[in-house]
Design a protein around this ligand. Sequence first.
Ligand code: GLU
Length: 349
Amino acid sequence: MKNLSMHVRVMLMTGAFLWTGATHAQKGKAPASDPVRTAVEDAYNKYKDLKEGKNADYIPALAEVPSTLFGVSLVTVDGRTYDQGDVRSMVSIQSISKVFTLARNVEDWGAQAIQDKIGVDATGEVFNSITAIERMRGKEINPLVNPGAIASSSMVKGTTYEEKWNAILAVHSDMAGRQLTVNQPVYESEAATNQRNQAIAHLLFAYERMYWDPVKSTDVYTKQCAINVNARDLATMAATLANGGVNPVTGKRVVSPETVQYVLAVMATAGLYDDSGIWLYNTGLPGKSGVGGGLIAVCPGKFGIAVVAPPLDAAGNSVKGQRVIYDVVKALQANPYLVQPKLSAPAKR
Ligand code: GLU
């Protein structure tokens, strides 16, 4: 590990980080041995037998997803993909979808509209808190917790259910680089048990902070949470954010770099529920987790990484997901707050 660290350090100092040097011919294929591959493999192997955590079960269908499912994928901004474990099995995206619906809205309505109509500050309360809405009279609820996210889904451009839903599914699919679909059993399971989210939507409606019919908004939000993804999809979606809104695998421009900067800021402050501060402290990266067991992190200008591993900790974040990403970030010295001092002599005053 020490040697790897040294290797990465030399690359950083010489500006020769692998993901900045890929040629088009190498797209999608990683060389047999490189520090990124080693970091992903090491982290996967270290945690593959870890048994901590428990699947979410407040949405009945989530309890049935195999707890052993474990996949890690890292996609660089030049389209290289590093996969480890099961990167093909699907889970529902859940809360991670909030990021991409937010991106759609920032792109369509501008950053100021989101700040004014939803809010962008962390609430400091659990993701489905009703007291946070009551305390703030519907204001200052950020789009990555349920109240702000349902309001965000209600804001999506379009006047009909179909128009809004198509816009939501399209932004997710473009970020992933393939047509995504809905996990129908998860959607139905949550739609039958989402009375709390319905209450949240109605309370926001009473405060005039819901921008479409509250019942339909909750339903479209519930459906967006049931979009099926695997670790590779999530890593590609994260890599699209890392690459200023252009999907590095398909080359499609999904949203602007300006939109991405605002989305990443909200992820940094509120991406991992009540443990968002602990996460940022340990990685320096904007991230987002979902109760389906997915976790993404974005290293701006370098890569997106995703883990799918359903057992969650008490805060609702994937246990293996957090450990893997902590380790990969450390091994690659990918925390953007880690700055190598300039070695040149200070300028004469
Ligand atoms: N659909 C879930 C809910 O609204 C998403 C929660 C999450 O992943 O944090 O409860």
